[in-house]
Design a protein around this ligand. Structure first.
Ligand code: 1GP
Length: 259
């Protein structure tokens, strides 16, 4: 089974999936593996490994270590073409569609594609949309692009629809790492009503309640990163996973006929 098929199965069986993002720049030494194991053991359906910048050396070895210690899929979440490791199960093959910088629309992808091909690494085509979140985020700064205004859900939906028509497998609504405000629920609703491919939502999500609200709005996958570094209590991961997994399940059972 491909990683995409695995994710589709998670979406079908649990209503939505929880993806834990691990940034090697922020989790030095043994902390990366320690956090990966904590996430995998407490309900994360898959791990994303990556960073906007990747300042820490030894990325390939870091991914190998993570892969060796968890049983859930490990996906690369690249900030640039060279953020590749043969030890991952797949890569979210991102195109920054909200921007108009050709380097992040297609340039990095052309450099990365032959390497993925040679490594036989699965690429999951993902329309990546940066959403304004109350401050300049690393992704915005590094990519020299402007995010979609948070009060313009129809603009986000038009971009998401273009991603679907271009054949992409998923759309990622990204408020940015450590965002002050996550992607608005109304924008998630509008996007999810417009397209039929799964929507990933991340950036600035810190509580199970926020996670549940994003899933209730239509998100198929929920990403958290910073809180995993700030809070090492496994209960928080369990609560977020439970919020992600129960929201649509509960809504579906409410919708069932009483007789
Ligand atoms: C960032 O969407 C991810 O690329 C996760 O964001 O670190 O703010 O949870 P946080």
């Amino acid at each position: 089974m491909s990683v995409l098929q695995y994710l589709q199965r998670i979406r079908a069986e649990k209503g939505a999936g929880y993806l834990a993002l691990l940034d090697p720049d922020k989790l030095p030494g043994g902390l990366l593996v320690e956090t990966a194991v904590r996430c995998a053991e407490n309900g994360a359906d898959a791990l994303l490994v990556g960073s906007s910048l990747m300042l820490a050396p030894g990325f390939d070895e870091a991914v190998r270590q993570v892969r060796a210690h968890v049983s859930v899929p490990v996906l690369l979440f690249p900030g640039a073409a060279h953020h590749i490791s043969r030890h991952a199960d797949a890569m979210l093959f991102l195109s920054l569609l909200s921007g108009r910088n050709p380097q992040y629309l297609i340039g990095e992808q052309v450099q990365a594609a032959p390497i993925l091909h040679a490594l036989k690494l699965e690429a999951i085509a993902t329309g990546y949309l940066l959403i304004e979140s109350g401050g300049i985020t690393s992704a915005e700064f590094v990519s020299y692009t402007r995010p979609i205004p948070r009060d313009k859900p129809s603009i986000a939906a038009a971009h998401a629809l273009a991603a679907e028509y271009l054949g992409m497998k998923t759309v990622y609504l990204e408020a940015g790492s450590g965002a002050r405000m996550p992607v608005p629920d109304e924008m998630i609703q509008t996007v999810c009503k417009t397209i039929s491919i799964p929507v990933i939502v991340g950036g600035g999500i810190r509580t199970p309640q926020q996670a549940a609200a994003k899933v209730a709005a239509g998100a198929s996958f929920l990403v958290t990163g910073n809180i995993l570094e700030e809070n090492t209590d496994p209960r928080l991961i369990r609560e977020i996973a439970e919020a992600v997994h129960s929201t649509r399940r509960d809504a579906a059972s409410l919708a069932e006929p009483l007789l």
